[in-house]
Ligand binder design. Structure first.
Ligand code: SAH
Ligand code: SF4
Length: 429
């Protein structure tokens, strides 16, 4: 989400004649777009910001912008911690960025706090989403990201997102489709639709499955991905839409968070372990090739050894294709932060290591099942170190293979010859 927001900020400034530089030294404007989902992310952002003081000393006219969730959370406290910052820009204030930077050049000694969380999308959008031609995402010209909604209404008890990104707001279908068309015209072949909970997308009478069907009609678009799916909101209609589509990739990122019912309830996730497992069964029945990835957390307040073991069993039962694992981090202002963070850091670390070890073992086993199979791979680019090309399967697995690069951007059949935990090695058929 931050990556997509950074892209929008970059495009807005490019329209005003700015260009990107590779280093902060010598830049006229420095923007830090930050994440506050865990304390660690916030600490890293703030210590990096503090380290930029030397750049400020060398160039007193540089405009410093702190953007994103840390800005939204700490607001004017940022100026107390780091007085050289000119602008604190909240998550819903991106569109004001060019104007605020211009003003900061005029009045370098004024501090600007722009952190109003806008209640509704029209106020945020005002024709902007459809009128701005973003171009493609920075990582690869072939893959673009399109934010389809902002904010979140779920209030999982540990999560800061609803507080720093405000209430859920969906973009109109027509705006999303024209943004996708624009990206495809710019050369994108694959689009990632982004939202904190894409399954609760709603614009007039269209739900997420309806949106997918509209996006699918865009000529020249070859692959559609989306993230994140909340398990409580995955509908049969969505499963059938993925099953019946040739463009929607067979990959669901379906954060489980925990395998223990007691902890899931404390997290306010809205499903039980059984419901999660039933959902997985249903999805696998309809879409046998589905790749399921997840987020898991250890050390939530009150997590006992038995709860953690339930999470380990869940990993074994589901056989995830990848898992992002985290130590619980208390976020001020959230419901869970009112409870004692009672799992000692050492225990969190041990549980995380044990969980990672199991996940890696399971993922490798899963990858080995692809040996000898032919997968559709979109050729992305030459890998940085190896003299190989790299691309992704429809299930979002990274594959390295030999080639001369003429096929970059094409979908090729690749036979899987070697399986590792984080990647596959193959040969074009
Ligand atoms: N909207 C998505 C993800 C949001 S944040 C969803 O509902 O799943 C990405 C991941 O960060 C979460 O899935 C969760 O595993 C993790 N996370 C969020 N808050 C956290 C916290 N306070 N401590 C540790 N991990 C957290
Ligand atoms: Fe946070 Fe839950 Fe919303 Fe995801 S669904 S952003 S975890 S509150």
């Amino acid at each position: 989400m931050n990556d997509a927001d950074s892209e929008v900020m970059g495009r807005l400034l490019e329209r005003e004649g700015y260009g990107k530089v590779d280093f902060p030294e010598g830049a006229d404007v420095i923007i830090l777009n930050t994440c506050s989902v865990r304390q660690h992310a916030e600490d890293r952002a703030l210590s990096y910001l503090a380290s930029l003081k030397r750049v400020r000393k060398e160039n007193p006219s540089t405009v410093f912008v702190l953007a994103g969730c840390v800005a939204q959370r700490l607001k004017s406290k940022i100026f107390e911690k780091t007085p050289f910052v000119n602008i604190v820009l909240g998550t819903d204030n991106i569109l004001e960025l060019p104007k605020l930077i211009e003003e900061a050049f005029q009045k370098p000694n004024e501090k600007v706090l722009a952190t109003e969380v806008k209640g509704d999308l029209p106020k945020l959008a005002e024709g902007f989403w459809s009128s701005l031609s973003y171009g493609c995402a920075k990582n690869s010209e072939l893959m673009g990201q399109v934010t389809i909604m902002r904010g979140c209404d779920n209030f999982c008890s540990y999560c800061i997102v609803p507080y720093v990104r405000g209430r859920e707001k969906s973009k109109p279908v027509s705006d999303i489709v024209s943004e996708v068309e624009q990206k495809v015209a710019d050369g994108c072949k694959e689009i990632m639709l982004l939202g904190q909970n894409v399954n609760s997308y709603r614009s007039n009478s269209s739900d997420f499955a309806d949106l997918l069907r509209e996006v699918e009609k865009v000529n020249g678009l070859e692959r559609i991905r989306f993230m994140t799916s909340h398990p409580k909101d995955v509908s049969e209609k969505l499963i059938n839409t993925i099953r019946d589509s040739s463009k929607i990739c067979e990959h669901l990122h379906l954060p489980a968070q925990s395998g223990s019912n007691r902890i899931l309830e404390g997290m306010n996730r809205g499903y039980t372990r059984q419901q999660y497992l039933e959902l997985i069964d249903k999805i696998k029945r309809e879409i046998p090739k589905i790749s399921v990835t997840t987020d898991l957390m250890v050390g939530f307040p009150g997590e006992k050894k038995e709860d953690f073991e339930d999470t380990l069993r869940l990993v074994e039962d589901v056989e995830f294709d990848a898992a992002f694992t985290f130590k619980y981090s208390a976020r001020p202002g959230t419901q869970a932060a009112k409870e004692k963070d009672d799992v000692p850091l050492e225990t969190k670390k041990e549980r995380l290591a044990e969980l990672n070890e199991l996940c890696e073992k399971m993922v490798l086993e899963k990858n080995r099942r692809l040996l000898g199979k032919v997968e559709e791979v979109m050729v992305e680019r030459f890998a940085r170190k190896e003299k190989k090309l790299v691309g992704r399967t429809r299930g979002n697995k990274r594959v390295f293979f030999s080639g001369d690069g003429k096929d970059i951007g094409e979908l090729l059949p690749v036979e899987i010859e070697k399986a590792y935990t984080w990647s596959l090695l193959g040969r074009v058929r």
